[in-house]
Write a protein that binds this ligand. Structure first.
Ligand code: SF4
Ligand code: SF4
Length: 386
């Protein structure tokens, strides 16, 4: 007799059942109790930086701030690729978009982040051909359909997104599409951690490691930072139970003075990461000498560029002298820089929620849906866990 369970889809297996346990209020409260008990033994306050904007949103959305003891604090980090993009790179994208016969392709919230004279969205409204993409691979069809135009993919993101740009480049090469170029802004997490720790005023003494980045790069990329900065790192999933479990481990590690890397998100992250993706990235990219981050300034060896072998795809080389290069700092009232360096909280900014809201953002931390100011604006005051 055929096994019905195998032949028929199980209607009880819904997406909800995959995450339900990770949002269980009872489990979250039990973890909060264990964190409070363990934190009594901390010899100094624990300042945990969650590098990744996704974790900031989990902490705010589920009201986790209200569940942890006073000697455990969160510091929000530079882990949102939209937030850390300096104005001059956005100005370059706008300059490209305004050129005759150029189509500029961009992803996510990037279209709304202000450069020095407006955003890509404003450039688009005034006639520039800026097209937001949902899937980077759509760039291939756009290049194919517009052989008389130069199509530039404005590539952003951490280790998470770089493999997708590499796939796009690989396919452009295979399809012999000479009119698809790349403006590369891919950045790297470990040098950003170094920059945060180099700040004399930093209080950070533990890290929640980014989840998506680690799926690609593996937990190994944090080993050196943990050793050099004497900070434990726990790579965490994005659900509230994941984050609470990671906080508990960080408190326990601190109590035992262990500066090691652990993986809480073991359902997706391994020590080595995705070797196929890493090989693909190595084929096309090499490390830049320096890249200026919004708020953090120039950080050595913190970003990627195309290898010489692929210079024919590099928009920065192709359009060389026609791109603006002046370095431009943020609006004086905006404290994104301090927030990205871990020195301020969104609520410290005088224009938070007044001059600066998601509808009228002054800085990138409010524009980006992963930004710390955006998370505080949306969820501040949330007290519940379910
Ligand atoms: S890309 Fe993923 S891992 Fe990186 S900052 Fe955004 S949410 Fe976090
Ligand atoms: S509230 Fe707005 S202006 Fe203030 S730091 Fe955040 S993004 Fe910048």
């Amino acid at each position: 007799m055929p096994n019905q369970a195998i032949n028929e889809p199980d209607s009880s297996l819904k997406l909800k059942s995959l995450y339900e346990g990770f949002r269980d209020a009872g489990t979250i409260r039990a973890l909060a109790d264990r964190i409070s008990s363990a934190a009594i033994n901390l010899s100094e306050p624990l300042y945990i930086m969650e590098v990744c904007g996704g974790h900031t949103h989990t902490i705010m959305k589920y009201g986790l701030l209200g569940l942890i003891p006073d000697n455990v604090k969160f510091i929000h980090g530079p882990g949102c690729p939209v937030c850390v993009m300096p104005k001059e790179r956005i100005d370059q994208a706008i300059a490209l978009a305004k050129m005759d016969d150029v189509i500029l392709l961009t992803l996510g919230d990037m279209i709304r982040v202000p450069g020095s004279k407006g955003s890509l969205a404003q450039a688009r409204a005034s006639g520039a051909d800026v097209r937001p993409l949902y899937d980077p691979l759509d760039a291939l069809a756009i290049a194919r359909d517009n052989p008389d135009k130069t199509v530039v993919f404005f590539a952003i993101g951490f280790e998470t997104s770089t493999p997708m740009t590499a796939v796009l480049l690989q396919q452009a090469e295979h399809a012999a599409l000479p009119n698809l170029l790349f403006h590369i802004n891919h950045v790297l997490v470990p040098p950003a951690i170094d920059a945060v720790m180099a700040e004399p005023a930093t209080k950070v003494n533990a890290f929640i490691g980014p989840a998506h980045v680690s799926v690609i790069s593996g937990a190994k990329i944090y080993r050196r930072a943990a050793e050099v900065h004497h900070t434990p790192v726990v790579v965490s999933g994005f659900e509230p139970v994941d984050v609470m479990e990671s906080i508990l481990r960080l408190v326990e590690l601190k109590n035992h003075a262990e500066s090691v890397v652990e993986v809480q998100y073991s359902r997706a992250v391994t020590e080595e990461g995705n070797l196929t993706a890493q090989a693909l990235v190595d084929e096309y990219f090499e490390v830049r000498d320096s890249f200026r981050w919004r708020g953090l300034g120039p950080i050595p060896q913190s970003a990627l560029k195309l290898k010489d072998k692929y210079a024919h795809r590099d928009a920065e080389i192709h359009f060389g002298g026609r791109l603006p290069v002046a370095e431009i700092d943020d609006h004086k009232a905006c404290q994104c820089g301090d927030i990205l360096r871990g020195l301020a909280n969104p609520m410290d900014c005088k224009v938070f929620g007044r001059g600066c809201t998601p509808q009228t953002p002054l800085g990138s931390c409010m524009v980006s849906s992963e930004g710390a100011c955006n998370a505080y604006y949306r969820y501040h005051g949330v007290q519940h866990v379910d």
